[in-house]
Design a protein around this ligand. Sequence first.
Ligand SMILES: [Zn+2]
Length: 117
Amino acid sequence: MDSSDTGSSVSSSSQPNEGDTNNPLWSYVTKVEKLSDSGGNTLWQCNFCGVVKKSSYIRVKGHLLKLSNGIGPCKNVTNELLASMKKLEAEAKAKMKDNAPKKVPLPPFYLAWYVKW
Ligand SMILES: [Zn+2]
């Protein structure tokens, strides 16, 4: 029963919403309104308990994963749901790490020593 086809039309107006792929838990809430104030706040409604909040993704996550970060845990999220959402989060995090540029440490003194000659 998890093959829910969300027929939501994503309007890509100005810029690609790359944050959503990194923040998979947005799909468990309904975005009511994207607010243009600083901090990336969005007005959203929880799909499980129906509560409406204005916050950034970190608090959406806190609500769904029942973290203690201010807005209160979702009372309708079951342990099963919690586990699958945590998994989604972990996968997204791993993906972000994969895409992060890797720093290759090069010994600069090698070159500097050589140039001196
Ligand atoms: Zn909720």
